[in-house]
Design a binder for this molecule. Structure first.
Ligand code: NDP
Length: 386
């Protein structure tokens, strides 16, 4: 019998919804590129229900308990007296989400003597100290592709929201105003702008594809170049580094994982290379940007706008400067946890657990660390400290 410790965000303030805005989810056959959706043997939840919060339990309880395992679900994750810290000591599996990350630091991994599997119900396992996972032979897996398109849609929304000055204009309506000049004094068309992505993986490429019909000039930088036919199809300009790309773009979107190569990438120096009045959208990870440099760039007008849904730490404290900085369209970390995405990552979590408990290999595309080294998707997309 294994203890499975699952850390999820809190329920809605009024409790779990009794009804939903829509009755079903559209059907998706496979992801772009052909990867199949999660293939668990069964699911015990209704797709479209709220699964990612504590009461939703990712739909795992009956499956785990029928197999004789113990499931502990909590949102209490910070500090030595938290439920997470106390239950971690003898947990074999930890499930966490990037939206409400249970930070698995080297210290916590060292204390969790029985820990074998750190499973991310979502994408992005940087809340796990990968070096420590490698050292302690903890397998790290995530549900690759489950919410990539969800995030790409959020990126496109945020780019349009910033460029067209949507949120401040909406505020005028709520305040009872009709202040057209106030609204449009910062509003532009996206058409013909130069838009670049830092990384063109699953999310970055989906953003490029979605932006193509807006008749913009598309740029990207990545560690590996996209196939020539994709560059041609989307009329992409490749730049070897973010610093090479930045001066050419009116809009930059960050879609790279957080690892030693990308941490602190958008600092004063790189922001200073961008065009004055550029927009920056970061739904990847907060620490790819220098927090205070972003605030300075917005205040000086070097950046015309910043939006994203990733913060450090999460949840962000009430006095986090990104809550109050000017010309921003921040949301809490929500882009990858729509009800549509939850159905996929709950099913993917179940698939990974089914394989793990059956002693079967976990799908290569879900693996980040395995057998003491980066593996699968992790070997391709992540790096560790040298
Ligand atoms: P992918 O692994 O498909 O793509 C990541 C891309 O980043 C790869 O193409 C990789 O390059 C590239 N890359 C890695 N390091 C660098 C670098 N130093 N410079 C430029 N490119 C780099 O991941 P996804 O697109 O699915 O997700 C990207 C990130 O988005 C995740 O790691 C996560 O942090 C974040 N995310 C956020 C979510 C949210 O809810 N806000 C949800 C899901 C993900 P290559 O493979 O060519 O080496």
């Amino acid at each position: 019998m294994a203890k499975v410790l699952c850390v999820l965000y809190a329920d809605p303030v009024d409790g779990q919804p009794k009804t939903y805005a829509r009755d079903d989810l559209p059907k998706i056959d496979h992801y772009p590129g052909g990867q199949t959706l999660p293939t668990p043997k069964a699911i015990d939840f209704q797709p479209g229900a709220l699964l990612g919060s504590v009461s939703g339990e990712l739909g795992l309880r009956s499956f785990l308990e029928k197999a004789g395992h113990e499931l502990v679900v909590t949102s209490d994750k910070e500090g030595p007296n938290s439920v997470f810290e106390k239950e971690l000591v003898d947990a074999e599996v930890v499930i966490s989400q990037p939206f409400w990350p249970a930070y698995l630091t080297a210290e916590r991994i060292a204390k969790a003597k029985k820990l074998k599997l750190a499973l991310t119900a979502g994408i992005g396992s940087d809340h796990v100290d990968l070096d420590a996972a490698i050292k302690h032979k903890v397998t790290v897996a995530e549900v690759t592709y489950c919410n990539s398109i969800s995030v790409a849609e959020h990126v496109v929304m945020m780019i349009l929201g910033l460029v067209r000055n949507y949120l401040p204009s909406h505020e005028w309506v709520r305040k009872g105003g009709w202040n057209i000049a106030d609204c449009v004094a910062r509003a532009y068309d996206l058409e013909a702008m130069h838009v670049g992505t830092v990384a063109a993986g699953r999310i970055g490429l989906a953003v490029l594809r979605r932006l193509k019909p807006f008749d913009v000039h598309l740029h990207y930088t990545d560690r590996h170049r996209l196939p020539a036919e994709v560059e041609k199809e989307l009329n992409l300009t490749f730049h070897p580094t973010a610093a090479d790309m930045a001066p050419h773009c009116d809009v930059v979107t960050i879609n790279a994982p957080l690892h030693p190569e990308t941490e602190g990438l958008f600092n004063d120096a790189l922001l200073g290379k961008m065009k004055r009045g550029a927009y920056l959208v970061n739904t990847a990870r907060a620490k790819i940007c220098d927090r205070d440099a972003i605030v300075r760039a917005l205040e000086s007008g070097q950046l015309a706008g910043y939006a994203g849904d990733v913060w450090f730490p999460q949840p962000a404290p009430a006095d986090h400067p990104w809550r109050t900085m000017p010309h921003q369209g921040m949301t809490p970390h929500i882009s990858g946890t729509t009800l549509s995405a939850q159905a996929r990552y709950a099913a993917g979590t179940r698939e990974i657990l089914e394989d793990y408990f059956a002693g079967k290999p976990i799908r290569d595309e879900y693996l980040i660390v395995d057998s003491g080294k980066l593996a699968g998707t992790g070997a391709h997309s992540y790096s560790v400290k040298k």
